[in-house]
Design a protein around this ligand. Structure first.
Ligand SMILES: [Zn+2]
Length: 194
C-alpha cells in the first residue's frame, strides 16, 4: 500500500465514523465495527477510474476493409453522480463506422469501466466516452447513447423511480445520415426519445 492510499484510508475511516456519530449512531456497537473499512474498500473500487488512463485500452487492429456500422449494445455500467455521490446505472450503446481501425470488443467495456469509476454526470460520461473513441479510433461516424436510472432521483428528492435518463452524442457521418442512425436504433432495439 502506498503512503497516499494509506493516509486516504485513515481519512475515509475517520470521516465515516464522524458522519455516523453526527447522526446519533452508536459507533462503538458491534454491527458497525467493520463498516468504515468496508466503506473505504468500496470507494477504492468504485473510484478506481482515477488511477487508470483510458488511453491504455486502445490497442486497435486493422478493419480489413470493413466500412459499415459496428454496434455494441447493452454494455452495463454503474457510476456515481458527482452531485450526490449516489449511484446511477444502466446501459451504454455504441455505434461506429471504422476508418481503417477497429477496437476489440472487451476494450469498449474496459473504457466504459474506467470512465464510470469516477464521479460523473451522465452527460459528461457520454461525452468522455465519445471523445476517447474519437481521439483514438478516429471513426468516420460515431454514436454513443446511455440510458440510466439515477438513485438521487429515485430514492430522494422527486422520487421518480421509473424515470430513465437518455443521453446521446452523434459525431461525423452519424450526425447527418439518418439511415445509419435508424439502423443503429433498430440494432439496439429501442427508438430515440425525441
Ligand atoms: Zn445526483
Amino acid at each position: 500500500m502506498t503512503n497516499k492510499s494509506g493516509s486516504r484510508k485513515e481519512l475515509v475511516i475517520n470521516f465515516i465514523l464522524q458522519l455516523l456519530n453526527s447522526f446519533g449512531e452508536d459507533i462503538s456497537r458491534d454491527g458497525l465495527a467493520e463498516t468504515p473499512i468496508r466503506v473505504f474498500r468500496m470507494y477504492e473500487e468504485l473510484l478506481s477510474g482515477y488511477s487508470q488512463d483510458p488511453k491504455t485500452v486502445f490497442k486497435t487492429f486493422k478493419s480489413n476493409g470493413y466500412k459499415d456500422l459496428v454496434t455494441l449494445t447493452n454494455i452495463g455500467f454503474h457510476s456515481l453522480c458527482e452531485h450526490h455521490i449516489l449511484p446511477f446505472f444502466g446501459k451504454i450503446h455504441i455505434g461506429y463506422i471504422p476508418n481503417g481501425k477497429v477496437l476489440g470488443l472487451s476494450k469498449f467495456v474496459r473504457l466504459t469501466e474506467i470512465l464510470s469509476h469516477r464521479l460523473q454526470t451522465q452527460e459528461n460520461l457520454t461525452n468522455q466516452i465519445a471523445n476517447a473513441l474519437e481521439e483514438n479510433l478516429n471513426p468516420r461516424g460515431l454514436i454513443v447513447t446511455i440510458e440510466a436510472e439515477h438513485l438521487c432521483m429515485s430514492m430522494r428528492g422527486v422520487r421518480k423511480s421509473d424515470c430513465i435518463t437518455k443521453t446521446t452524442i452523434f459525431r461525423g457521418l452519424l450526425k447527418k445520415n439518418t439511415k445509419l442512425v435508424d439502423q443503429f436504433y433498430r440494432e439496439i432495439n429501442s427508438q430515440p426519445s425525441k
